[in-house]
Design a protein around this ligand. Sequence first.
Ligand code: HEC
Length: 216
Amino acid sequence: MGKSKSFSILSFSLVIIPLMLTVVLIGCGSKAEFEPKPPTKADDQEEVYRKYNVERGRRLVELGGCSQCHTPKIKTALGYKPDKDLFLSGYPSDEPLPDLPYAEIIAGEAENKFYTTDATIWVGRWGVSFAPNLTPDPETGIGNLTEEDFIEIFRGNKHFAEGAEVVSPMPVNVYSQLSFFELRSIFIYLQTIEPIPNDVPARIPPESDLFEGKDT
Ligand code: HEC
């Protein structure tokens, strides 16, 4: 009797206690591993700063009227209305060029200095320009553009590198007055909008063969 009692105490201390300890320790280990880390002060500030940038960018894009030219429109009885489902996705790449007197416009001999339909396409002395896709689609939008390059477009008029005579329908000289931080907010905001694949064509320069004899 006495022997078996001392055996059970022994087995309790030798087997059960280590077993319990193991369970407790494993339990603690997995808990530490899977529990989300509480945000640190630095994380918090980053998120607050990001939200502030997104909101400021959204306002600047609205006030800057970017959607007027960069969003395809729906034709209504009252005129063109921006298509919310295609927000800032640029000139619809599957749309045929509108029927216009291209050669005359480009030679400066047409009635008006420039022509547009729904403002995603502009024809003038500079040729034909198409409002590009500003959504974060990596292939056809600005998803792969760096913040520095984006800001440089407005700072250095990078896209007019072809020559000083090239003018743009986009009021770049107005937008270039935005501060570095404001342009940065616009870029951060644009990266949060719905990505829409739409491969907008590059500007057709005035000397393109395309205009030879067209509609003249
Ligand atoms: C009046 C029409 C118009 C408005 C308003 C407009 N854009 Fe544009 N944008 C264009 C056109 C057209 C192009 C194509 C290049 C060109 O011909 O200037 C363009 C080009 C761009 C480019 C690409 C330039 C490059 O070199 O790749 C960016 C980025 C851009 N616009 C951003 C904006 C932002 C941001 C706003 C608002 C703050 C805006 N645009 C407002 C018409 C417009």
